[in-house]
Design a protein around this ligand. Structure first.
Ligand code: GLN
Length: 366
């Protein structure tokens, strides 16, 4: 046991679902009780990006792939400065990883941040239960007689957003990235295609954003229920009326809500690196990276204003839309991937094109 878990403290542990099911396993680390929304991710690799993606704040992730941690953690693939998950559940976790860029093992990183890892779990049975019962709360504990504690999860975005403005200079258009819990690879893509980027907190006022003189706006991914951000919808509406805008995941949901559409919780979410999505304009199917529990309800978008551009092939849910006259485009999936296929990185190029078009129009008017 010692070798397998990298010499970490281990004890018998459990994950106990709100719906009553109990799954035993081996608890690694000293953190004894953690409650969160239990979700599963089907990616075969990319656990480092997943663990550090702020969209997972407040959630316990079950990895359906049987072995996690074999290449450890490095300094290259983090999506933020620290892990945001409440806990992880695996079939097997590798305590003695091997990789030429290895910095530390997954269990060492999690332990450092007080995040429990329950391993040796029958994750297949657990995932099947979540699929049947829907996304529920669960607790990871060293005892089998406890229940998930109730907690207010409405402040998740506030916990993960930047506290100060972040500036990244570049030659190209100036994009303000509104940070609801952005993944670093969104910033990296914008930089890669030449954008100057300013990251602002999610509650940064409209007038202040305007004074930054942006050419375009990106509304980022982030944790929690989009409706908890209802107070920010007027600002989002105003931003999209004034600037070319790209909404990614939570950003997509918020733009939909700002224009009067409704969102709902999926039975067990889309979390993985092989979700097929159809671009309804071309009929082409792309394999996408996804991580969301909510969707925009079909038929609630104003059809005179918006066109649905992307649809999930499996359950036909909405995966993106564009405005009919304004340069607004949104995607429910993750064009920046990390982890997962980069087939849809053209979304970033489309966004930059829309910024250039507006620039040309302004120039023509002058
Ligand atoms: N990745 C995200 O932005 C997730 C959006 C939202 N929190 C959801 O679960 O649907």
């Amino acid at each position: 046991m010692k070798g397998r878990n990298g010499g970490k403290h281990v004890t018998t542990g459990y994950v106990i679902l709100e719906t009553g099911e109990i799954f035993p396993g081996t608890l690694i680390g000293n953190r004894k009780n953690q409650t969160g929304e239990i979700v599963f991710n089907t990616s075969m690799t990319g656990y480092q990006e997943i663990i550090t993606d702020p969209s997972y704040a407040g959630q316990i992730i079950v990895f359906s792939y049987p072995l996690i941690g074999n290449y450890g953690m490095n300094h290259l693939f983090t999506e933020s400065d620290k892990p945001h998950v409440r806990g992880i559940v695996t079939g097997e976790i590798c305590g003695s990883p091997s990789h030429y860029q290895l910095a530390e093992s997954a269990t060492t990183l999690l332990e450092k941040y007080g995040i429990p890892c329950l391993t040796d779990v029958d994750t297949r049975a657990l995932v099947k239960t979540i699929r049947k019962k829907g996304t529920v709360k669960a607790i990871i504990s060293d005892r089998s007689d406890v229940k998930p504690v109730s907690s207010d999860e409405k402040q998740l975005v506030k916990q993960v957003t930047t506290k100060e403005l972040l500036f990244y200079d570049n030659e190209g258009p100036h994009v303000v990235l509104v940070d609801f819990g952005y993944k670093k690879s969104i910033l990296a893509y914008l930089q890669q295609i030449g954008c100057k980027v300013t990251v602002v907190p999610f509650d940064y006022p409209f007038e202040k954003i305007r004074s930054l003189n942006p050419d375009g706006i990106v509304l980022s991914n982030g944790p929690g229920n989009p409706i908890d951000l209802a107070d920010h919808l007027d600002k989002i509406h105003m931003l999209t009326q004034c600037y070319p805008t790209l909404g990614i995941c939570l950003g997509h949901q918020l733009i939909a809500l700002a224009y009067g559409a409704k969102t709902e919780k999926l039975p067990f979410g889309h979390r993985g690196a092989n979700h097929p999505v159809k671009d309804l304009r071309t009929g082409k199917v792309f394999i996408t990276s996804q991580n969301h529990g909510y969707v925009v309800i079909d038929g609630t978008m104003n059809e005179n204003e918006f066109t649905v551009t992307f649809q999930h092939v499996n359950d036909r849910t909405i995966e993106g839309f564009t405005h009919k006259t304004l340069p607004i485009q949104t995607v429910q999936f993750h064009p920046e991937a990390h982890p997962g296929p980069q087939d849809t990185e053209y979304i970033f190029h489309n966004f930059i094109e829309s910024i250039h078009k507006i620039g040309e129009m302004k120039y023509a008017v002058k």
